[in-house]
Design a protein around this ligand. Structure first.
Ligand code: TYD
Ligand code: MG
Length: 472
């Protein structure tokens, strides 16, 4: 029971004040405030209402069996993986990405695959004419796939027309920024329009039961344009990324109410559309040239999948001015930290050099586990000695130069062994789970406790290289 509170109430207007005053601040009447002791009032919204028409909600416990949501596989395995096993009925998926990265192509292919699997797919484009879509379908060899295609941007028309397809399994809207509703008085693409259009479409998806895929454009900063609010409204947010100069495309889960979010799907843009890449490591390493200094193979992890990528570093002397640090595919703050640690803890002086770092193949690496591979590439570049071409690297580096544990070391080692690598440099095995870690028979694990150990490995390489030169 809450304590009763003292208050002063104006007898003229009923306003309540915590302190007495000669004049009511609300109605300006004199000498009307009277002291009253009252039970604390409930906040306005919580007042019990005499004739409230709300239905009583049924509450349940956490135990009990709810069947997993039914899923429709798109039959594009890389896509299904990111979705968490296929499209969930009545769910809403937002696919974001730079213009020209291949969003329309991806959704047309996914729609066609579903159509060929016997589902009803509706594809509405606000960006391209039906002729353009047909032309693209021709290029992709998909003209035989059953699909209902239209070009439209007016939301009222779209919602009215969707009623014809009560059995639709998937509706694609390309893109949400081109849609507009008459009820809202602002331009298509504005936050209010996008939010209103998305709201209406989502409501239709939930009531009619079709899965809805919305294409969203990405701003220069990499956010889904205008509406971050969209990300809150939908069930799944996927980013389609890649470098337009490269053929690789990565579909990345950012939010998923029905599955894990850290999965990626890897595609290759070819003349005939997007092709799935089942073994990305082989592809990312395909163009690697051994015996070049400044390169190291990182045994990375994307979601549940190990991916090996090449990290490349180029050092260019810059004796005057401020040295440049240019990073593609990794975190530049992390590179600065690593350079500072290498300089302070290992005596590797790179402050007179421009540093260029590139993750080959256009992949964006977000893991701190790449630290050791980057350090190896930097040491290799600084000493002009290639890293051992049969070695992969993984491990997080701390500020004192210590090499720290990373997740799923076993998976990384397995992938390295599968691709024919003979050695792996990684963190020390510590007591606990990692001590029992299985190392594949064909692979030798070099346990690195501190960055200086890595430098020692590299300088041993320098010595060997010099000796063999002398002998040769
Ligand atoms: P698109 O799907 O239109 O991108 P978005 O919808 O994200 O803007 O893809 C456009 C690019 O893809 C275009 O520059 C050409 C390329 N492309 C191919 O290389 N091969 C193909 O088979 C297709 C259809 C497109
Ligand atoms: Mg497009």
């Amino acid at each position: 029971m809450a304590k009763p509170v003292k208050a002063f109430v104006c007898s003229a207007c009923g306003s309540v004040f915590p302190k007495w005053a000669g004049r009511c601040e609300a109605c300006a009447a004199w000498n009307t405030l009277e002291e009253r002791t009252t039970a604390p009032a409930l906040p306005g919204g919580l007042k019990p209402q005499a004739n409230a028409a709300g239905r009583r909600i049924e509450f349940v416990g956490l135990a009990g069996i709810s069947p997993p949501p039914p899923r429709v596989p798109t039959t594009i395995a890389e896509f299904d993986r990111v979705l968490g096993g296929g499209l969930v009925a009545a769910s809403v998926v937002l696919v974001g990405g730079d213009p020209g990265i291949g969003k329309s192509t991806l959704l047309l292919q996914a729609g066609a695959a579903l159509g060929l699997a016997g589902r009803l797919v509706v594809y509405i484009s606000g960006e391209e004419s039906v002729d353009q879509i047909r032309l693209r379908a021709g290029r992709l060899g998909l003209t035989g796939a059953p699909m209902e295609v239209a070009a439209a941007t007016q939301l009222g028309d779209i919602l009215a027309s969707l009623g014809q397809f009560p059995d639709a399994a998937l509706v694609v809207i390309d893109s949400i920024q081109t849609m507009w509703t008459e009820g809202v008085d602002s331009a298509p693409g504005s936050v209010t329009q996008v939010r209103a259009a998305a709201f209406e479409l989502i409501r239709a998806a939930k009531t009619q039961g079709f899965a809805l895929m919305l294409v969203g454009h990405v701003t220069k900063e990499g956010n889904l344009a205008g509406p971050r609010v969209l990300e809150h409204m939908v069930d799944v947010v996927l980013h389609f990324e890649g470098d337009r100069g490269h053929q690789f495309r990565i579909l990345r889960g950012v939010k998923n109410r029905f599955g894990a979010t850290d999965e990626i799907g890897v595609f290759e843009m070819t003349g005939g559309g997007l092709a799935q890449v089942a073994n990305p490591s082989a592809l990312f390493l395909a163009e690697r040239r051994g015996n070049v200094s400044g390169s190291a193979v990182f045994a990375g992890l994307e979601g549940s999948r190990p991916v090996l990528v090449e990290i490349q570093v180029l050092l260019a002397p810059n004796p005057g001015g401020a040295p440049r640090r240019s990073v593609i595919g990794w975190d530049s703050g992390r590179l600065s930290m690593l350079l500072a640690v290498l300089e302070t803890r290992c005596g590797l002086k790179l402050s007179q050099n421009d540093v260029y770092l590139n993750v080959a193949g256009g992949l964006r690496v977000g893991e701190p586990a790449a630290d050791l591979a980057v350090a190896a590439a930097l040491i290799s570049a600084a000493s002009d000695v290639p890293t051992d071409p049969s070695m992969v690297f993984f491990g997080e580096v701390g500020l004192s130069g210590e090499v720290r544990q990373v997740a799923q070391a076993e998976l990384r080692l397995k992938e390295a062994a599968k691709l024919g690598f003979a050695q792996a440099a990684g963190p020390k095995r510590v007591a606990g789970g990692a001590a029992r870690m299985a190392v594949p028979g064909t692979l030798k694990l070099l346990e690195i406790g501190h960055l200086t150990d890595l430098v020692a490995v590299a300088t041993a390489g320098v010595k060997r290289a010099l000796q063999s030169k002398e002998r040769g």
